[in-house]
Design a protein. Structure first.
Ligand SMILES: Nc1ncnc2c1ncn2[C@@H]1O[C@H](COP(=O)(O)OP(=O)(O)OP(=O)(O)O)[C@@H](O)[C@H]1O
Ligand SMILES: [Mg+2]
Length: 505
């Protein structure tokens, strides 16, 4: 169940997430397409509208220009009259007037160059214009010419060629007509060579999205609508996709982290349940062993079968020792449960170290002697008194001794040492026993944790001893360390601050 959980959760989350991502992407694509379409349509409308407006404004200007020209032509003094007309016609750069035979009527005093320009323009005027009358726009190289058949004073048709002043058109027509246009796009007017004559913004990186020609008034010219960089639906779509993908990715990461965390918590919980079951079995067994010894010796004594005084004394000692062991065991479990419940209190008083260490070792003298342990005790002289809860530290030390005995093999040697290192009292218990694999050294301090069954086979224990030791040390502002190699032995050291908080005050 637990191992299947991640796969299950992954499928249950990844499948909907993938569908969601795909759907989101498709929706965004569709949205992009319709937005793009709409955008282009709008741009086309803007271009048409601008072209229409320019057309109207130009026609209006031309109409005034031509009617004034016509009235100037009725004056007897053609030269000065046209000069006066020209002075007012700012949109016209040059004007040429010819009769049907090709004679230049104006400018009255023409230079050779002007004459050739006039001839060139005339060559482009279709014959039909003379007969049909009216006006025509011509693009001659860079020049835009408005050709128009007019009546001269004597009634004969004459041709007026007005060369437009591009700069004046830009200034007076384009800027005025398009300047006020408010749009997210840029409106520009391009000449016949696609050079911008006017633009409502910077065209540098902009994309052209729509154009509309100005065929009647400015041949070859057109209105172009541009899109500033980054404003296109595609760019905003790309931003949306990036945001969407990032959000989805973040969501997936959060979900995955959640699954992993849940999985780990569940595995821990089931491991804890197994450890607790082991704990109950181990504690019951540990309690039963001394109890049956006490009972057996008690019954033997009760029956009065032991006549020998020395043997009787020996039996009494066994009973006392086993009940002490029982008390120790029960104390361990009770203290542990108090610690777990946060109800443990410590009674901190300055305590002499040497007597405490010796008494604790003394309590183990019988089992050690019986199992043939050699004990080496090395207590530094002039150890200061240390502020501590003597019972708790004694119990921690007893746990280390108990482990040293329990986890020793053929080499039955224990070394207990007490010394001051820096600002700390170091109480160490070393054995030459089975040792602890490096990867287990951190875990042995966890509650209920016991190193793999094979290592501890035949050695019962509840797995709370070192958890208790660690807690006691932390409560004293100290710590417990282990230095161990498998098959070589272990050294556990209790570190206690010599000056406890407030002790020197
Ligand atoms: N001196 C040691 N040498 C080798 N392994 C040890 C030693 N001390 C502890 N261990 C390992 O650490 C584990 C945890 O020790 P701890 O004292 O907490 O529990 P325990 O001895 O199994 O049970 P108890 O609660 O009865 O002390 C032990 O099961 C053992 O595997
Ligand atoms: Mg132990």
């Amino acid at each position: 169940m637990i191992t299947r959980l991640p796969t299950l959760a992954l499928t249950a989350i990844l499948v909907p997430a993938t569908i969601l991502a795909a759907l989101g992407y498709v929706t965004l694509r569709q949205w992009e397409r319709s937005a793009e379409l709409l955008f282009r349509e709008q741009a086309r409308d803007v271009a048409m509208m601008a072209a229409g407006k320019l057309d109207m404004v130009m026609r209006e200007a031309d109409k005034g220009l031509l009617s004034r020209l016509q009235s100037a032509l009725t004056r007897p003094d053609l030269g000065p009259a046209l000069d006066a007309w020209r002075a007012r016609a700012s949109l016209v750069r040059d004007v040429y007037l010819v009769d049907r035979t090709g004679r230049l009527l104006y400018p009255t005093v023409a230079k050779g160059e002007e004459r050739s320009v006039a001839t060139r323009i005339l060559a482009h005027i279709p014959e039909t214009l003379w007969d049909s009358g009216g006006q025509r726009e011509l693009a001659l190289g860079d020049q835009i010419v408005l050709a128009c058949v007019v009546r001269s004073r004597d009634g004969a048709p004459a041709l007026a060629a007005l060369v437009r002043d591009v700069e004046a058109i830009r200034r007076e027509i384009l800027e005025r007509a398009l300047g006020g246009l408010e749009a997210p796009t840029i409106v520009a007017v391009m000449d016949h060579a696609d050079r911008p004559v006017y633009s409502g913004g910077r065209l540098g990186q902009a994309d052209r999205i729509a154009t509309a020609p100005l065929p009647d008034v400015l041949p070859g010219w057109r209105v172009a609508v541009y899109q500033p960089p980054g404003a296109s639906p595609r760019a905003s779509m790309r931003r949306q996709v990036a945001v969407y993908t990032a959000a989805l990715g973040l969501l997936l990461v959060v979900i995955l982290v959640g699954i992993v965390a849940t999985y780990r918590v569940m595995r821990r919980e089931s491991e804890m349940a197994r450890l607790k079951a082991d704990f109950v079995a181990n504690v019951s067994h540990d309690l039963k062993t001394p109890l049956s010894v006490i009972r057996m010796f008690g019954e033997t004594l009760e029956m009065g079968r032991v006549t020998d005084d020395a043997t009787r004394q020996e039996y009494y000692r066994v009973i006392t020792r086993e009940s002490e062991r029982l008390s120790r065991l029960i104390d361990n479990v009770l203290d542990f449960s108090r610690i777990e419940g946060g109800r443990q209190r410590y009674d901190m008083v300055p305590t002499a170290v040497e007597p405490l260490v010796r008494e604790t070792i003394e309590a183990f003298s019988y089992p050690m002697a019986q199992q043939g342990f050699k004990v080496e005790v090395d207590i530094a002289a002039d150890l200061p008194e240390v502020v501590m809860d003597a019972d708790a530290v004694g119990q921690a030390l007893a746990n280390l001794l108990d482990n040293a005995i329990k986890y020793s093999g053929e080499q039955r040697q224990i070394a207990v040492a007490a010394r001051v290192e820096g600002e700390q009292l170091a109480l160490s218990v070393a054995d030459r026993g089975i040792g602890i694999p490096p990867e287990e050294q951190a875990r042995i301090f966890e509650k209920f944790y016991r190193v793999g069954r094979s290592e501890t086979q035949g050695r019962r224990g509840s797995g709370v001893g070192l958890a208790l030791v660690r807690h006691v040390m932390e409560a004293h502002g100290g710590r417990v360390t282990v230095d161990s190699r498998p098959a070589d032995g272990s050294r556990f050291t209790l570190w206690l601050p010599v000056r406890a908080r407030g002790a020197d005050a």
